[in-house]
Design a protein around this ligand. Sequence first.
Ligand code: SAH
Length: 461
Amino acid sequence: MKFFPIFVRLEQSRVVVSGGGETAVAKLRLLLKTSAHVEVFCNAPVPTIEDWAANGRLALHRRRLENGDVVGASLFYAADEDALEADRTATIARAERVIVNVVDNLEASDFITPAIVDRAPVTVAIGTEGTAPVLARAIKATLEEQLPQSLGLLARVGKLFRTQAARLPQGLPQRKFWTDYYLNRGPKLLNKAPERATEALDELLQHHLTQPPAAGHVSFVGAGPGDPELLTLKARNELHDADVVIYDGLVSAQILELCRREAVMVAVGKKGFGPSTSQQDINELLVAHANSGAQVVRLKGGDPTVFGRLDEETDALEPAGISWHIVPGITAASASVAAIGQSLTKRGRNHDVRLMTAHDMQGFAEQDWRALARDGEVAAVYMGKRAARFIQGRMLMHGANPSTPVSIIENASRPDQRIISTKLGQMEADLRSAKLTGPALTILGLAPRAAQEHLQQEIAL
Ligand code: SAH
């Protein structure tokens, strides 16, 4: 991030613009929405600027900008439409210690003006650091459609009501009240009877004041394999609402970004075979946070019910009388077969599929190897990187064909996804030489589909 977005107070400040053409007009249109004192310096202003000056909306100086004109201003815009002149005026402003925007010249600017969706006091600023103005406009158009015009009014009415709402306990109860107001009752109210807004807010507050305090709760939420678009809507909503998020190492950073900004974030994950929070500690954390009345999200990679130690955690909640529920997620096996363009099951090939782990509490996990060794069997091996030699050995010992296809998918669904296509007899060697660093799933019995391989190559090109 080269440019950091902030909102600057322009009340009772001066903003100086050099230039009187259409470029200046575009900036002035935005600046005139603020309560800043706007001054324009130019020899030949276009009529729009003349009109604004005549209506007292800005101060117009019909001469070029000179030393001393920018002293004390908060912002300066060089909108001169002439590179040399812009350079001259920007130099004057900088010498007077004012931050400068040279319109349409990112490199020469100290700050840039974002695309704005204006529902003041709700303002959305969109910036692409000059890389993609078209994208900024597209985002703006989408938001313009989505945000109701009444949003500004809703926020202004809400603001007047803040002191009363402070009668609710801080944290969750207040948040619930405001959520109800902004997203549920407020918009309906303002459409129907804006004049009754304060009265209705009072009723809403009474309703919330008489609600018994919420009991803590734990949601076991599946974060999916990594791509944030593979989150369920329900998971996303839970992340928006959580007071506390206790998450594993497998959960991608982009998904953590979706959590409410004020949420307490607790990392308990382990990466690979590195250090981790003990299961006992995780259980205690869950109980302690839920007992304090928090809505806790226990965020697990993939689906929480697949090799997720879910039951150890629910077993800890039950004696403490803490309620919980599960929000399923897309498990690594689903994402991995999708990556190779294959089905987990197929008529005439396999009518069952195994999700297995190569590790259990005793070390390598034993399986029904004889069944697995049959032609056409499909199995997804979780946590299998270190067990490749063991799996290969057991399968071959039980009569599996060494040319059984094996696909290894690292970082399934993530931008750094890799697919290794091998055969059972080769898998240990191929896995070793691939030097995988991310989570990887081994699929026994399936090869990437040809079309999919083609696609991969194209992407690599
Ligand atoms: N609950 C998770 C699995 C947890 S066990 C799920 O449903 O997916 C951790 C193992 O899952 C890893 O060792 C790896 O084998 C697999 N895994 C998780 N995310 C993965 C991903 N994005 N790509 C490939 N394998 C993944």
